[in-house]
Design a protein around this ligand. Structure first.
Ligand code: UDP
Ligand code: MN
Length: 272
């Protein structure tokens, strides 16, 4: 017998979830997101893109935001999108801001369980680093060394409201873009720079966040329930996907459908 009970921690209704995408990835990446984890967090999840797309606007229940940022993969365009995500979060009344990429699977109940462990009234920057040492550069202003950690955007990260409010003078209303241009680094690195270097708050490393920078095939299925995010890379020869039974590679190239049905077999579109 199946047990159709998934515990959704109450905190989830207080989480603002943003997903970064771009015109060219709506069909190739958003489809599987909308079929899987998005269905478990429709009300609090918003998709940030760079065009008006009536088809996906409808599919997301009007949860798509056209940032009007350029659709190039330039640093400025990506910083622009993050700045719109952040400003939109601030206008919401949610206790947490969590950012993900469109090639992430988010284990929604687990995200809630983990956030329940932290007080959103305190300053929290939760995520996972992808480099072994802090990022370092020499300041052009004063020649001093700048050194800080940042959470890889491709693995997802969360900020408490308390921290987000302290970031307002640096990050709101387009100031995020200006800082990104000044230090000439991508959006997730800019985020780390603002939080760790400018505000002096530390990243808390949460092992459950995963991006496709990690080899997905080594994640043990016994631990899937405990993980918060997963990734994939199916471009070219360097295929990096979860090792999991389920749908065929043709039906499920990213393995996210199979993962979803492994975690939540009672959910559509899982075979019964
Ligand atoms: N992305 C974007 N604009 C672009 C290219 C990518 O907004 O022109 C988004 C994409 O949808 C994804 C994130 O940026 O959410 C990272 O892109 P991708 O996975 O292609 O690259 P990665 O940095 O992971 O190698
Ligand atoms: Mn990616």
């Amino acid at each position: 017998e199946r047990t159709p009970t998934v515990a959704f921690p109450p905190i989830l209704k207080d989480v603002f979830i943003s997903v970064k995408t771009t015109a060219g990835f709506h069909r190739t990446r958003l489809d599987v997101v909308l079929k899987t984890w998005f269905t478990m967090a429709k009300d609090q999840t918003w998709i940030f893109t760079d065009v008006d797309d009536p088809y996906y606007q409808e599919k997301t229940g009007n949860h798509m935001v056209n940032t009007n940022c350029s659709s190039s993969h330039s640093r400025k365009a990506l910083n622009c999108k993050m700045s719109v995500e952040f400003d939109t979060y601030l206008r919401s009344d949610k206790k947490w801001f969590c950012h993900f990429d469109d090639d992430n699977y988010v284990n929604i109940p687990r995200l809630g369980e983990v956030l329940e462990l932290y007080d959103s009234g305190k300053d929290w920057y939760l995520g996972k680093t992808s480099i072994k040492t802090p990022l370092e550069f020499v300041s052009k202003n004063n020649g001093k060394d700048v050194s800080f950690w940042f959470a890889t955007g491709g693995a997802g990260f969360c900020l408490s409201r308390s921290l987000a409010l302290k970031m307002v003078p640096h990050a709101s209303g387009g100031r995020f873009i200006r800082i990104g241009e000044k230090i000439r680094l991508p959006d997730d690195v800019t985020m780390g720079y603002i939080i760790e270097h400018l505000l002096g708050k530390n990243l808390t490393v949460i092992e459950g966040f995963h991006s496709h920078l990690e080899p997905m095939q080594f994640l043990n299925p016994d631990s899937f329930h405990e993980q918060i995010t997963f990734g994939y890379n199916v471009n070219g020869t360097a295929r990096n996907v979860l090792r999991i039974d389920g749908f065929s590679t043709l039906e499920d190239p990213t393995r996210f459908l199979s993962l979803h049905c492994f975690l939540f077999p009672e959910f559509a579109p899982c075979p019964r």
